[in-house]
Design a protein around this ligand. Structure first.
Ligand SMILES: [Zn+2]
Length: 522
């Protein structure tokens, strides 16, 4: 019996994790985090809930590439007791090793070369090089005793990547009778062909050369192909590069160690060179509050203040949910009289995900028994499925939290929507706590403390504090305390009566029941 268990990333952007089970042996493909955004009640991100695998033998975690939404949850699930070796390509493995060090977590890392075959009984897994916005990305051809399943990871077909070769469909065509093709749906809405990564070079060259003053380019630190282009352009234009942001420094060092980037044009001191000679590479293209670029935009960066005519190039797309933060940051940059260039208005970014023509090319090369769209919100999954129908390929829409079984056809055996473990820095916060915080934010809180005479039961003294409460409830609390004390209630019993009375009163007046805490001490 084979089972497919999408743990995250289907019906949402982020937190990608997909389990394949054969008779209680499981492999988990990717295990990423979900960024919850700024307004999420102190919760920074979420990791997939692996509860469905608690009684299984996890043979391995296999990473398709090193993006946070694919590898970011590994330390948390390992700390949570789901222990198994983690297989990753060289660059992905280097990122995971750095993460393990950062988070004080031991990861049993097994590095494979791109193109290698992994023998993980009862699964045999061939790794195939794909193009994406990070190096060393792979698709997986997974042979199980019941058939072959292909997982594309995140991919696109790039005629001219900056590093490596164009991904070929030949390796996918070898497999006949593929049981299921799990394919990246991020750009399933995009009908036009993708530009090649290398098509950005002329834009960068022109924008950086014509800049009258300092230039800042903001991009994802893990996009080594894009960093490579910017280093090449800077070298040609005789600029010095200054790196802003810890992850930018970490990724450039890793890329230099692996021979992708020559660090000789780096400078540690902006002031030592004419402003026009400086190219700053910064993280923070998503408007993250503590990032270098956000602090520059709000004029709070200790090392770098913008001056009129400085140029800022955002070389990225906004991840859904981040639009408001990015918009605020771009407005702040304009207010500081910077020249701002961003995707949409200028050709400063290309996507790392396949658009419809590439998705179609892959599904037609494989001709699977079933196409299963992965990695996307529902609209992406459904539009990807429609594309399969147009090509006479059967499809199946799955959602995070489902469990599907294959006997002679696919059947859904169970489903849960409780798919996330919320995380604040390194502390796991369960759903109940989030509900409590939301309740507190929306309805406010009342705190009552009273002292009661142990013998007579008389209320000796009492006080009331409230947060976010617009109604005066002192008289109600006073009356309830004295009334129920007179009726002979003591301590906890009295507290509970008063608590219920206050909540009933609040609901009558405002329609809401605030969090109410009453303590009666003897
Ligand atoms: Zn990715």
């Amino acid at each position: 019996m084979i089972r497919l268990i999408p743990l995250g990333g289907l019906g949402e952007i982020g937190m990608n994790a997909f389990a394949i089970e054969y008779q209680d042996d499981v492999i988990v493909i990717d295990c990423g985090i979900y960024f919850t955004g700024l307004d999420h009640l102190g919760v920074n991100f979420a990791a997939p809930n692996l509860h469905a695998l608690r009684d299984k033998r996890i043979v391995a975690f296999i990473m398709t590439h090193g993006h946070e939404d694919h590898i970011g949850a590994i330390p948390f699930v390992i700390k949570g007791g789901y222990k198994a070796p983690v297989y990753a390509s060289p660059f992905t493995s280097a990122l995971l090793a750095a993460k393990a060090l950062d988070q004080g977590c031991e990861i049993d890392l097994r590095t494979f070369e791109v193109g290698a075959t992994l023998d993980l009984h009862p699964f045999t897994i061939e790794t195939i090089s794909v193009n994406h916005s990070i190096i060393d990305a792979v698709a997986l051809v997974i042979t199980t005793p019941r058939g072959v399943i292909i997982h594309t990871g995140d991919f696109r077909i790039d005629e001219k990547p900056f590093y490596g070769q164009q991904m070929t469909l030949k390796s996918f065509q070898k497999e006949k009778n593929v049981l299921a093709l799990l394919s990246d749906s991020t750009n399933a809405e995009k009908t036009c062909a993708n530009h090649s990564e290398s098509s950005l070079i002329p834009t960068f060259e022109e924008l950086i050369q014509s800049a009258p003053q300092l230039t800042i380019v903001s991009l994802f630190a893990s996009n080594i192909g894009r960093l490579g282009q910017l280093f090449a352009v800077a070298k040609k234009l005789e600029k010095r590069i200054f790196l802003l942001g810890r992850s930018m420094q970490q990724n450039v060092e890793l890329a230099a160690e692996k021979g992708y980037i020559d660090m000789s044009i780096l400078t540690q001191d902006i002031g030592a060179h004419p402003r026009k000679k400086i190219l700053v590479l910064a993280t923070g293209s998503q408007g993250e509050v503590r990032s270098g670029l956000s602090r520059i935009a709000s004029n709070q960066h200790p090392l770098l203040k913008l001056e009129p005519q400085d140029r800022v190039i955002l070389s990225s797309k906004s991840i859904p949910g981040n639009e408001r933060a990015i918009n605020t940051m771009v407005n702040q940059l304009f207010m500081q009289q910077a020249d701002v260039f961003y995707d949409g208005a200028h050709h400063t970014h290309v996507s790392g995900h396949a658009s419809r023509p590439e998705l179609e090319a892959l599904m037609c090369a494989v001709r699977p028994q079933t196409l299963i769209p992965i990695h996307g919100e529902m609209r992406h999954l459904i539009q990807h499925a429609d594309l399969a129908t147009k090509n006479n390929i059967p499809h199946l829409i799955m959602q995070s939290g489902d469990i599907w079984e294959y006997g002679t056809s696919w059947t859904k055996v169970s489903s849960t929507r409780d798919t996330r473990v919320h995380l604040s820095e390194s502390i796991a916060i369960m759903e109940g706590l989030i509900r409590e915080r939301r309740h507190l934010a929306q309805k406010g809180a009342i705190f009552v403390a009273a002292y009661q005479d142990d013998d007579s039961g008389k209320i000796l003294d009492w006080s009331l504090e409230s947060i976010g409460i617009s109604v005066n409830i002192r008289a109600v609390a006073d009356e309830a305390l004295h009334l129920y004390a007179k009726k002979g209630l003591f301590g906890k019993d009295l507290a509970e009566k008063v608590r219920l009375e206050l909540r009933r009163h609040m609901q009558r007046i405002t329609g809401e029941k605030p969090i109410t805490v009453v303590q009666v001490m003897g």
